[in-house]
Design a protein around this ligand. Structure first.
Ligand code: NAI
Length: 386
């Protein structure tokens, strides 16, 4: 089939198998060339197929030579519908890893379910014996619990509706967008999906099954961002879920710390991923941030962020944390000069000067790359096996 990008606002409904492979290949090449370190050797990555989870997996496999077991929720191709990017990414990653003699196996299923947890434990028992690093990088729209209740995560504010400048990705216009206030039920629902309960459950079942190494490390990802986006993010429903995630990091350290477990929260940089491009108002912040950080020479993508997190911070012999015990991978993003410039541009940006003031091209480049499109060395006119 000849696969073309079909973009609808913040989602692309097709993915290019060869392009996704190229995306993975480039990230591997970066790690092999720039980030080599001694770290943990048997790694479970929950949410391993795209964005930060994929970059984490690549970093541990190709930077530290680790065996990786990935869990993801992706769709295979069916008739004329391509698979999701995470499906192609995972196939490619497994192939590249095997070429180098690295163990890389994956389990496609709902990570929230007990069934998938059991299957993962069985696989660890049979094939790895134990895991010594658990990376929790889920970004999910919903979660169905064992009791059969489905919770949805919503992106809303927590007190009153919030109106700010926004970039309409379809018309390329700057206008205003309003984000509605969530009900208490919606806040609680978002916490159920994106909070720490399921992370805690994973550690609990791995420990009970005796497959968690004594000195294991676990890390989950959070975001804070500037005051500008607080109503949408940090003080919004997703921010409440992230606070809950942080509380669970504390609980994991308290309850499993005496066994040697260390639980971390890494506050990562804002980046275009499938999860983040769906948040209103945020894409304009991204495009401006990219412009400012590229000019400052401090811009990073998922792979550079994860290379620095694992290679320099977590396993680099010195892991500085903030007053709340969090690893701050958003250090460059939050630099005062960077934020000051972002705010200056934010106040001035209009439909007319958008292309000049914001990195619109960089935003779309990341977006298309996520789905395997716009790589100059991939022939998009060729017939490909989907
Ligand atoms: P993403 O959408 O690229 O990746 C999500 C991953 O979760 C994929 O591997 C997907 O298959 C998997 N997944 C979703 N539902 C699942 C389920 N039910 N069972 C198994 N796997 C499932 O998202 P991204 O952006 O990489 O997010 C990962 C984490 O990083 C999230 O916690 C997010 O809040 C956090 N983060 C993201 C930032 C950003 O700007 N993108 C910034 C800071 C933190």
């Amino acid at each position: 089939m000849i696969v073309e990008a079909k973009v609808r606002e913040f989602i692309c409904t097709t993915a290019h198998p060869i392009g996704c492979r190229e995306n993975v290949r480039r990230q591997i090449a970066y790690i092999k060339e720039r980030v080599q370190f001694h770290g943990k050797k048997k790694v479970l990555v929950i949410g391993a197929s795209t964005g930060y989870g994929l970059a984490s997996r690549i970093t541990m496999a190709f930077g530290a030579g680790a065996a990786t077991l990935g869990v993801m929720f992706e769709k295979e191709a069916a008739k004329k519908r391509t698979a999701t990017p995470g499906w192609y990414n995972t196939k490619a990653l497994e192939e590249f890893a095997k070429e180098e003699g690295l163990y890389a196996e994956s389990l496609n299923g709902d990570a929230f379910s007990e069934e998938v947890k059991e299957r993962v434990i069985e696989k660890i028992q049979k094939e790895l014996g134990y895991v010594d690093l658990v990376i929790y990088s889920l970004a999910a729209p919903r979660r169905t619990t064992e009791e059969g209740i489905t919770y949805h995560s919503v992106l809303k504010t927590c007190d009153k509706a919030f109106t700010e400048k926004s970039w309409n990705l379809r018309s390329n216009q700057i206008s205003e967008a309003t984000i509605a206030a969530a009900s208490q039920e919606e806040i609680e629902s978002t916490i159920k999906v994106m909070g720490g309960e399921d992370w805690y459950r994973w550690i609990q079942v791995l420990d009970r099954a005796g497959v968690l190494a004594k000195d294991a490390v676990t890390v989950a990802y959070s975001y804070i961002g500037p005051e500008l986006t607080y109503p949408v993010y940090y003080h919004g429903t997703i921010g409440m879920a992230k606070k809950n995630l942080e509380e669970f990091a504390g609980r994991l350290n308290q309850e499993y710390g005496r066994n040697g477990l260390k639980a971390y929260i890494s506050v990562n940089k804002a980046l275009v991923t499938q999860a983040s491009s769906a948040i209103p108002i945020v894409p304009l912040y991204f495009a401006i941030l990219y412009k400012v950080m590229k000019q400052a020479g401090t811009h990073e993508g998922c792979i550079e962020q994860m290379g620095r997190l694992f290679g320099e911070k977590l396993f680099g012999g010195n892991c500085p944390v903030d007053s709340e015990g969090r690893i701050r991978m958003d250090d460059y993003e939050m630099e005062a000069v960077v934020q000051q410039k972002v705010m200056e541009i934010w106040n001035r940006v209009t439909t007319e000067n958008l292309l000049e003031l914001a990195d619109v091209e960089g935003y779309w480049e990341d977006f298309y790359h996520m789905f395997g499109f716009r790589f100059e060395n991939v022939d998009y006119t060729a017939d490909v096996e989907i």
